[in-house]
Design a protein around this ligand. Structure first.
Ligand code: SF4
Length: 395
């Protein structure tokens, strides 16, 4: 992280723990079966990577997000070594936001007590639906009762910053059942809700079923209604949408995820984790760790994909990522193409998606990038104008 641009950059650390007890049918992430005998060698490799990367990238971190996979499948003694290594090797800029992802079936009081002891204050729980039949279709290994028990333990251990992940557009799901999932989730008292539209991921069981014509997804009209109703249901309970998929109570936006959308820096540890670091204010580097356990164990610093990003790539990314945020991106009014106008609002020098725009965000981003290309505006000045930073309420 040398040759830094003059403005302060926020930095996140993402750590990928790939183990899952069973692969969900919709999942396209890099995961590995949770086999007891793999845990110790994996943690050893991870500790080597932590030590190497911490000395290579000494700048202080603002956020740490431990995701997967199902991080909560890792037993307590391994977790203790991991957290000690992270806290012993990296430097942090207070207040640091630590998040750990958990799945309901692997939440245990011991694990929660350990997280509390290490100062972790934010838990993200993958509950996905309030309906057992939908959880079954998704291939989840927990039911609603298990999720409720996990949430009560999380609260009992003093975690008040809790995210719940939900999915909509599940095969067979109706608008009514989605509304009931939202209402159930709100009753569990989270500070944050992530609501993801189901996508058919490459290599997933759902992809096979889709190709075989065995997957009946809700029609486009229903999905559109599912998108729109989120704001109504969650808004009535004090949650504000701050990104296309994410809602939070005031002061509880996820600072780590904002790092991605704001085009800040992040360092990824663990197999398949991606890193993005600036080389200067107009160039950056992105790479991905190896996605293979034996090769990772052999050399945890091995990278598979490594690319340099110049002005054009950075402008494109800044638009695609930033337009997802409620506050949108800095943009000149005259640059907004006519086709995009029904889907956006422009105020105080920023363009942002309106309710209709949220449904077609990527299409809008394509149009905005094309508008800059047509004007010959893909240059360093535009990149600087777009800015790297947007307001971060958690800062
Ligand atoms: S969706 Fe999550 S829990 Fe399910 S297999 Fe993928 S990473 Fe594991």
């Amino acid at each position: 992280m040398s040759g830094k641009p003059p403005d302060p950059i926020r930095r996140g650390l993402y750590l990928h723990l790939p183990f899952c007890r069973r692969k969900c049918r919709y999942c396209g992430f890099f995961t590995l079966p949770a086999r007891e005998q793999d845990f110790a060698p994996f943690v050893e490799a991870l500790l080597r990577e932590i030590e190497a990367k911490a000395s290579r990238y000494p700048e202080p971190l603002d956020t740490v997000f431990i995701g997967g996979g199902t991080p909560s499948t890792l037993p307590v003694p391994h977790w203790r070594r991991l957290l000690q290594a992270l806290q012993g090797h990296f430097r942090f800029r207070e207040p640091v936001e630590w998040t750990v992802e958990m799945n309901p079936e692997s939440v245990t009081p011991d694990l929660l007590a350990l997280f509390r002891d290490f100062g972790i204050r934010r838990i993200s729980l993958g509950v996905q639906s309030a309906h057992d039949e939908e959880l079954e279709i998704l291939g989840r290994i927990h039911d609603r009762a298990t999720a409720e028990r996990a949430i009560s333990w999380i609260h009992a251990h003093g975690f008040e910053n809790v995210n719940l992940d939900l999915i909509f557009g599940i095969p067979g799901q109706s608008l009514e059942s989605w509304i009931r999932s939202l209402e159930w989730a709100v009753q569990q008292g989270p500070t944050h809700l992530s609501t993801y539209h189901l996508t058919i991921e490459k290599g997933s069981v759902f992809e096979q079923w889709f190709q075989q014509g065995r997957l009946t997804l809700p029609d486009a009209q229903t999905v559109e209604a599912m998108y729109r109703v989120r704001e109504e249901v969650l808004g009535a309970h004090g949650y504000q949408r701050y990104e296309i998929s994410n809602f939070a109570k005031p002061g509880y936006e996820c600072r780590h995820n904002r790092i991605y959308w704001e085009h800040q820096e992040y360092l990824g540890l663990g197999p398949s984790a991606a890193s993005f670091l600036y080389i200067s204010d107009i160039s950056a580097r992105r790479w991905r760790n190896v996605q293979d356990l034996p090769r990772y164990l052999q050399n945890p610093c091995f990278t598979e994909e490594d690319e340099s990003l110049g002005i054009s790539e950075l402008i494109t990314e800044r638009i695609f990522l930033g337009i997802r945020l409620r506050e949108g991106i800095p943009f000149r009014r005259a640059w907004i193409p006519e086709a995009v106008q029904p889907f956006v609002t422009w105020e105080k020098g920023r363009v942002r998606l309106n309710q209709d725009g949220v449904l077609v965000a990527d299409r809008i981003a394509v149009e905005l990038v094309s508008a800059l290309e047509e004007r010959g505006a893909i240059h360093a000045e535009t990149l600087r104008f777009l800015g790297r930073r947007t307001p971060d309420p958690g800062a």
